[in-house]
Design a protein around this ligand. Sequence first.
Ligand code: S3P
Length: 197
Amino acid sequence: MRRKQPSAVAGLPSSSVFLVGFMGAGKSSVGRALGERLNWVFEDLDDRIEAREGRTVAEIFRDSGESEFRRAEHAALQQIFQELRGGVSMIVALGGGTFAQGATHKAIQDSGVPTVFLDAPLPELWQRCAQQLEAKRPLMTSQTRFRETHKARLPYYETASWRIDTAGKKVDVIAAEIAAKLKLKEIALRTEEGEVE
Ligand code: S3P
């Protein structure tokens, strides 16, 4: 699979970013920090799914299975695309599997919104997930499954527009690195000044 450089296609503004990566990559905490830094809306796709479905992610997996979760995930993302077309500047933390679902991956790539892959070594990802006991992850059943799922998804993650190595780094440092790499401060200032993109 090829890395796709972002472009302003599909009528979506470039002042938005999708954070992708495996469970424990820090998508939500980095996304929140980046949103605060830029004064942009932060959205967690899992939260959006839960609000739309009226059930937690764990309940959807338990009662309806993964395929129903993926349908709900794709539908929630379509709703976010709709809002982006309305001109909202948004940082969106995707779920660990979102960018690795064929149709959803294509929809994200076709949107032209820049994607940032938050990368970290597998043992560190496992460690971080193990420490976040409050985040119930239905797919975190064993280290073997964790490793195999990560291996299967890596080719998708590697098609992201940007890759950030997060190993051993603090959330604010990662957020600052993303902002600098994608020149988001400049974009935020331009947007605040009302310039047309
Ligand atoms: C999933 C990761 C979770 C959540 C769901 C499925 C996955 O999100 O979307 O449990 O397939 O890896 P996080 O990456 O935020 O844990």
